[in-house]
Design a protein around this ligand. Structure first.
Ligand SMILES: Cc1cc2nc3c(=O)[nH]c(=O)nc-3n(C[C@H](O)[C@H](O)[C@H](O)COP(=O)(O)OP(=O)(O)OC[C@H]3O[C@@H](n4cnc5c(N)ncnc54)[C@H](O)[C@@H]3O)c2cc1C
Length: 593
């Protein structure tokens, strides 16, 4: 059976030493109730839940075919119901939610680490609370006081769950063309009619009610994304006293049969004049939904870290145990028929690639979490402004770069197993099947890259990234020259400045440019970010003598020498522009060869 042990020591190091969480929390009156001892106790509890309750269910759910659909009802895999009850009873659904609504008010820089463990152990399970928390965030931000009182406490307690209903058969990336209609009723509610597809947790048996957040168009709404409104559509209507009323006219028509995350129910949802209640202002639904989507996008990055960590642990253990061939410098274990494959440079290369990305990814998630905490808890207006810009810039990196690197990592981990990685026994093929979706949902990684290069870079003439680079450069200048990563950070800062200037100019000069090079630019900014994270890790690790910390300095050097050179190739591709990408006519792609 696959193994998983939460990387608690690394998590403590990142929170405590790299990001000085204690100091950050104490300096903020809204977070001063929290300290590292409490944070570590929370992480230790989650480590136990992940390993002891949901890890084995990941495999059994997949082997049993995942969630099942019959006559409009969805049955989650065996064990999910009990595990979810334990999760909800433990207060985990509302870990990061406001205490006002029954949550525990924990900061994001902590919850990202708790989330990583669930993603490692059982990604299908994670999707049930994930959508609830995201829906709760959108309601908290945009709903009326009465709506918050009705829905949020029940959602954060895990009695009710949430969904995000955007996608329609003809409308995915382009939500401006959705067809779902919202007709006003005399009592102020709306009748929602339409079909939504791919709805995660659209129907299931874990909770007594499901609160759908639905994008729809009111009559005479402006065309495109400016004419979209957001509605609450509960599965069961809620009476004035909070009890459940009649079944609403919304039901699952089927569930999808998918490549992975089979334990997660992905539903076609039919709304047949279902009663809905507008959230926020008419025609401002997409902005409201973005509150939820930005949260989910960071979560997809954490799905990536979780999977890559799980893949690494299994691959490293397998490599240590697997005996094949001899070390190039002579037998390491002459008494055995062969040496462990850990003696081979190529196997080490794969494991080090994974680890260099995983450790930077984890630090990056905590960094973005800390920026989100500043936006939520700080009272310093300038700090909040800066953090908001940073989150805007880095959300596409968190979603797309982390998941791209995670899939690369999972594939390299699979390769460490040779043929044994391709068969079910060791869990690698499921890991890859489950992880692939993270690059696709919540907006494909290509679309994330277009967001980064367009709205987050060209639109502001590179102002967001200029401020980010200034922070990184200031940090690097303060490093001791003896730290090998210092020179790499300063070089990358200069290269990204020049590259960004080129990207902004070319994007304005050539309408096809940005879409054609967006993914390369996203990877360039990702490499800048990971170099920065390795520098922060190195600075914190340097004074600590234990091998666990000193090894991080070597890993940072490995990253700079072996991973970072990818930046040169990315830059070259960006410089090659759009002309060759756009030159051939559309018929070329489908013409019979
Ligand atoms: C398992 C699963 C769970 C999901 N859960 C949910 C959910 O809970 N709620 C929900 O509403 N949706 C959900 N989705 C839908 C998901 O978010 C969409 O599938 C995704 O955003 C892509 O939309 P699409 O499938 O329509 O692809 P399309 O939009 O048709 O895109 C097809 C391809 O074209 C590219 N493309 C499209 N437009 C552009 C452009 N302007 N520039 C460059 N490239 C472009 C895309 O990157 C992609 O490669 C889920 C999907 C799956 C598979």
């Amino acid at each position: 059976m696959p193994i998983y042990n939460a990387p608690l020591k690394d998590m403590d190091f990142i929170l405590n030493d790299v990001f000085k969480a204690d100091e950050f929390w104490q300096a903020n009156e809204n977070l001063a109730h929290l300290d590292m001892a409490t944070a570590n106790a929370i992480l230790e509890e989650m480590a136990k839940f992940s390993k002891n309750v949901i890890l084995d269910l990941n495999r059994t759910a997949d082997e049993a075919g995942g969630a099942q659909f019959s006559n409009g009802a969805v049955t989650t895999p065996a064990g999910f119901k009990e595990a979810f009850k334990q999760f909800a009873d433990g207060g985990w659904v509302g870990l990061g939610a406001s205490e006002e609504w029954g949550g525990q008010g924990m900061p994001k820089m902590l919850t990202v680490l708790a989330d990583e463990m669930i993603w490692s152990a059982n990604p299908s399970f994670m999707l049930y609370p994930l959508l609830t928390v995201g829906a709760g965030m959108a309601l908290n931000d945009r709903a009326s006081q009465a709506q918050k009182e009705t829905y949020l406490p029940k959602m954060y307690s895990g009695e009710w769950s949430g969904t995000m209903c955007l996608t329609e058969p003809h409308s995915g990336t382009d939500l401006g063309i959705i067809k779902t209609k919202a007709e006003p009723n005399a009592d102020g509610s709306f009748s929602i009619t339409g079909t939504k597809i791919f709805i995660t947790s659209g129907e299931h048996d874990l909770c007594e009610n499901i609160i759908h957040l639905v994008l729809a168009k009111t009559p005479n709404a402006p065309a495109g994304s400016r004419g979209i409104s957001l509605f609450i559509v509960p599965k069961f209507l809620v009476n004035a006293d909070g009890s459940l009323g009649a079944r609403n006219a919304v039901a699952a028509g089927s569930i999808e049969h998918k490549m992975g995350i089979k334990g997660s129910a992905t539903c076609v949802m039919n709304f047949d004049g279902a009663q809905g209640y507008m959230v926020g202002n008419e025609n401002e639904g997409l902005a409201a939904m973005f509150v939820m989507m930005n949260y989910e996008r960071l979560s997809m990055g954490i799905q990536g870290i979780g999977a890559a960590e799980y893949a690494y642990q299994n691959a490293a253990q397998y490599a240590a145990d697997r005996l094949q061939g001899r070390a190039a410098t002579g037998a390491k274990t002459p008494a055995k028929p062969a040496d462990s494959i850990l003696v081979h440079g190529d196997v080490r290369r794969m494991l080090l690639n994974i680890r260099a990305n995983n450790e930077a990814s984890r630090a990056f998630a905590v960094y973005v979490g800390q920026q989100l905490d500043i936006t939520k808890f700080s009272t310093d207006a300038e700090a909040v402004r800066k953090a908001n810009d940073r989150v805007a810039l880095l959300t596409p990196i968190a979603k797309a770069y982390l998941t791209d690197k995670a899939l690369d990592s999972a594939l390299e981990a699979q390769m460490c197993f040779g043929g044994h990685g391709y068969i079910r026994e060791w869990g690698m093929e499921q890991c890859i099947r489950d992880l692939r979706i993270a690059q696709i949902y919540e907006g494909t990684n290509g679309v994330q890259a277009i967001d980064l290069i367009g709205r987050k870079t060209t639109k502001c003439n590179g102002a967001f990234i200029a401020e980010y680079i200034a922070e990184i450069r200031e940090f690097a200048v303060g490093l001791e020259d003896a730290l090998a990563i210092k020179a790499a950070v300063l070089t990358v800062c200069g290269e990204l400045e020049a590259l960004t200037q080129f990207v902004v100019e070319q994007s304005k000069a050539d309408p096809d440019f940005s879409n054609s090079v967006a993914v390369d630019y996203l990877h360039a900014v990702g490499l800048l970010s990971f170099t920065y994270m390795h520098a922060r890790i190195s600075k914190a690790a340097q004074p600590k003598q234990e091998a666990f910390f000193q090894n991080k300095l070597v890993l940072a050097q490995y990253f700079a020498a072996k991973v970072l050179p990818d930046l040169a190739a990315r830059t070259q591709r960006i410089k090659a522009g759009a002309a060759l990408v756009m030159q051939l006519p559309e018929e070329y792609f489908t013409a019979q060869a």
